[in-house]
Design a protein around this ligand. Structure first.
Ligand code: PGA
Length: 323
């Protein structure tokens, strides 16, 4: 080996990877194929490494190459170096937060049918990530957003006039639900105006569902007969099934699996109200590595979310279609 300390450690991790591949395959050609390198490049890397060590690393017999004693010693050393490098990579990931990080998510009430379904597989990929998940209606969640209490927020109607970044990641259609035996359950293309005389049970003021439904009806000059306000999707489903009236709910609120047999979505002109789920954070916020990873995960996986199978609608690849 070279006595000059400045030249003592000329071997690079790349050369060691090439050397390791040649040793495992007992040949330069197969190492070149594995590493997507040309054979002369592989030979050159091994030659430089052997010069750095000061002894030949391989001896050639016919087409095959065999490790020399020096080569075997280097192979053991490089295995330890690869292990150490892998440990370093994991520690760096820990420092960055993906192994031990904390993810604070808040979501509007109806998003509880969507977000946990995405958090589950995300946490399986990153088992060290600890999640705090807050659920509230839109008004409550906007207050949290204004106080910058969460890493990310999921909502259907991002607030106007706030400095935020919002990104749509999945569909969030609103449908009109009725009990299965309702007089309009089998009708097609029901004019919206025909529903004006029906009793409606609506989500409470401050809910995103209510806001989106009110905007939609207002733009079409329709006033519904709102008999009751209920602050829970589950209670609304029960009340509609019990015949208390119709309602406008997110298709997701009907449950991720088979929707209640007692409910149908009415086939109304202009519906479903097509909307999206948004992932939101204050503008200028520095997202943690975990938050960045979950943001990317939602963008990649959101379009694959399944809708419930509800009489009146069918789900085709995440797109709501008339049945
Ligand atoms: P909400 O929001 O649960 O507050 O009604 C849902 C939505 O915006 O779709």
């Amino acid at each position: 080996m070279d006595k000059n300390p400045a030249k003592r450690l000329p071997a690079t991790m790349r050369q060691l990877r090439v050397f390791d591949s040649v040793a495992r395959h007992s040949g330069f050609g197969r190492a070149a194929t594995e590493l997507h390198l040309s054979q002369p490049t592989v030979s050159m890397q091994v030659k430089q490494l052997s010069e750095a060590v000061g002894l030949p690393l391989f001896e050639q017999l016919g087409k095959r190459v065999f490790l020399t004693d020096a080569g075997r010693m280097l192979q053991a050393t490089s295995a330890e170096m690869f292990d150490a490098w892998a440990r370093l990579e994991m520690q760096v990931a820990n420092l960055k937060g993906l192994k031990q990080g904390r993810l604070r998510i808040s979501a509007v009430t109806t998003a509880k049918y969507v977000v946990p379904r995405l958090l589950g597989p995300f946490c399986q990929i990153h088992p060290g990530v600890e999640v705090a998940f807050e659920v509230g209606n839109r008004s409550a969640i906007i207050e949290r957003l204004a106080r910058n209490e969460d890493d990310l927020t999921v909502m259907g109607v991002p607030p106007r006039g706030m400095e935020i970044v919002s990104h749509p990641f999945a569909e969030n259609p609103l449908v009109i639900i009725a009990p299965r035996g309702h007089a309009l359950a089998r009708s097609r293309r029901i004019p919206l105006s025909k529903l004006a005389g029906q009793p409606f049970l609506m989500r409470e003021q401050g809910s995103g569902t209510r806001l989106a439904a009110d905007r939609f009806l207002h733009n079409r000059g329709i006033r519904l007969d709102v008999r009751m306000e209920i602050g829970s999707n589950e209670a609304i489903k029960q009340a509609v099934a019990g015949g208390l009236g119709l309602s406008i709910l997110s298709l997701h609120a009907l449950g991720p699996d088979a929707a209640p047999r007692s409910l149908v979505a009415l086939n109304v002109e202009g519906l479903p109200i097509r909307r999206h789920w948004y992932i939101v954070h204050p503008a200028g916020k520095r997202l943690s590595v975990v938050a960045q990873a979950f943001f990317a995960y939602l963008k990649a996986e959101g379009s694959h979310i399944k809708f419930p199978t509800l009489a009146g609608f069918s789900d085709q690849g995440g797109t709501v279609q008339r049945a």
